[in-house]
Design a protein around this ligand. Sequence first.
Ligand SMILES: NC(=O)c1ccc[n+]([C@@H]2O[C@H](COP(=O)([O-])OP(=O)(O)OC[C@H]3O[C@@H](n4cnc5c(N)ncnc54)[C@H](OP(=O)(O)O)[C@@H]3O)[C@@H](O)[C@H]2O)c1
Length: 340
Amino acid sequence: MVSLTAVQTHNATLKSLSSGLVAVFVGGTSGIGLYTAREFVRNTKAPHIYLIGRNQVEATRIIDELHELNPSSKLNFIKSDVSLLRNVDEVCKEIKEKENKVNLLFMTVGYLTLKGRDETEEGLDRKFSLHYYARMRFAQNLTPLLNSAANDMGPNARLARVVSVLDPQLGLKLVPNFSDLSLKNSFSLKNCGIHASAMNNFALEHLGNMHSNISFIHAFPSGVNTGAARGMGQVWLNVLKVATVLLKPFMVDPTESGERHLFASTAPRFAPKAKGDGMDELATGSDGKSGSGAYFVSWNGEVFGESKKMESMRNNGAREKIWEHTEEVFRKICKGKDKY
Ligand SMILES: NC(=O)c1ccc[n+]([C@@H]2O[C@H](COP(=O)([O-])OP(=O)(O)OC[C@H]3O[C@@H](n4cnc5c(N)ncnc54)[C@H](OP(=O)(O)O)[C@@H]3O)[C@@H](O)[C@H]2O)c1
């Protein structure tokens, strides 16, 4: 485990990086996204922050708070329902018009629900879209700006990282249904959990291979008391309230979660594939090789080890199948303006 002191010591060094780092928090109006944005603003010089979400009232309050925390920061809120991929494209267009680089794309967008399939007008399940397709569309759209950050000639300013906060563990143990990756015909909450986890794992590994100057992280936050269950109805909220009190000793404190996610977002040990050479403290990548550019990181800063199940899926072409499917969905919805 990386100690909290080591995390805080590292985070304090971020002030020595160039000023004007750009960070996009998709899901920055609540929970882990907000806690991490707060630490980013606290620990960097004149950052440009983009918070993406739907809650204008919360965003206005957060922007005031973050500005007070670091008056040199430039704070933007983009209001959008990003369960729709065409909205993701609009948001990215707006960011591209304002910035010529992005140092960090940090994605926590999503929610807890016990409801079944809830199809968007684009033909995807809403929760699955937020947990996987929308995140990968952000990553794909913003890789040119992340690559610009990676090639920045300023002093110590080459941070370029994509972090998707969900849970890599299910995808390390269980096999998705490759004949119905979008779960059009075999949706269940369990399948949605397996597919979102495994597809994040393989897609981030694929992107880490394709973009060797950018690191890609799939992070597991453990239990953090946030607003994630707010849509579950009062009965479940009451149950969760009691459970949260009972489980408090096993949960991660929200501020600590923000600090640890900032560490995962910036620590040199999670180096991109092309830049790990010669570094002595490199983490093991998703493929079991040191510094290979994609990492599955637990709440405590340790990586999940290589899994035999994932290796066997990889050997059977899982990475290519998942990415081809993802591009097909993007083509149909974003280019074809059609429904998947
Ligand atoms: N908290 C935990 O213990 C835990 C454990 C394991 C995994 N996770 C996963 O980690 C991620 C982050 O969880 P969290 O606890 O930070 O959740 P949270 O507090 O509910 O935050 C979710 C964020 O997503 C945004 N969002 C939701 N639907 C959206 C939509 N359609 N369009 C745009 N933005 C939307 C929300 O903003 P608006 O309300 O402004 O739209 C909010 O900023 C989730 O994927 C969750 O499943 C959490």
